[in-house]
Design a protein around this ligand. Structure first.
Ligand code: CA
Length: 225
């Protein structure tokens, strides 16, 4: 789940982005309406979290511009404004939900999940390959019925591979899915990640194999173990 997050307050922005990542979202944070609008035009986001008080443009104008441009993702407003008229204006302008600042992080995440469910995002996708079972909503990996502990990125990498078993997943695709926009990714980060994931799978007796296609990417196939 990729979230576009617009917030000009650096400290708050970092804290919220971190909380979202811990909860399994990929987050692209922008501090201006200009950058956010550009990103929304080129990247499909599952949801947008939008602060109304932005330095370069009113968040309400950005909201209208996004809807006008055909962006259909759920939009949740964060507002320090108290007046009910602002909330009503926001909802009328195409927002799906709003939270007043200061807000509770768990509530933000719960509301986001509720929005994602509403737009028909599947509640749970389960991938099964050999003896490996991956439940994307519960974020559970089971091998031979036993839970296997995976880090957030290891889980994300395995999900990406299992979604397209038998197909090559490029290094770029891994980076784009597992890291936020503008986040530093060291040149061997994906190699290291896949190496760790492979070791965990082997240790748990997984009947799948991750093949390295040098210079191209990775591919998952059913194997014997
Ligand atoms: Ca602000």
């Amino acid at each position: 789940m990729r979230i576009l997050y617009v917030e000009d307050n650096k400290a708050l922005g970092d804290a919220v982005a971190k909380a979202l990542r811990v909860n399994g979202f990929t987050v692209d944070t922008f501090t201006t309406a200009f950058d956010a609008e550009e990103a929304a035009a080129t990247t499909p986001y599952d949801a947008i979290v939008l602060d109304l008080g932005l330095p370069d443009r009113d968040g309400m104008e950005l909201l209208e511009a996004l809807r006008h441009a055909g962006v259909a993702s759920p939009i949740l407003l964060l507002t320090a404004r108290d007046a009910p008229s602002d909330v009503i204006a926001g909802l009328n302008a195409g927002a799906d939900d709003y939270l007043k600042k200061p807000f509770n992080m768990d509530e933000l995440i719960a509301r986001l999940r509720a929005q994602l469910r509403r737009v028909g995002q599947p509640l749970s996708i389960i991938f099964q390959e050999g003896n490996v079972n991956l439940d994307t909503s519960m974020r559970l990996c089971r091998i031979d019925g036993r839970d296997v502990d995976l880090s957030r990125r290891e889980f994300g990498a395995l999900e990406l591979l299992m979604r397209r078993t038998g197909n090559v997943i490029t290094k770029i695709a891994f980076e784009e899915t597992l890291y936020g926009f503008g986040e530093e990714v060291s040149s061997n980060a994906i190699e290291v990640l896949v190496h760790r994931l492979r070791k965990r799978l082997v240790a748990a007796g997984a009947q799948i194999e991750i093949h390295t296609l040098r210079g191209i990417g990775y591919m998952l196939t059913r194997g014997v173990s």
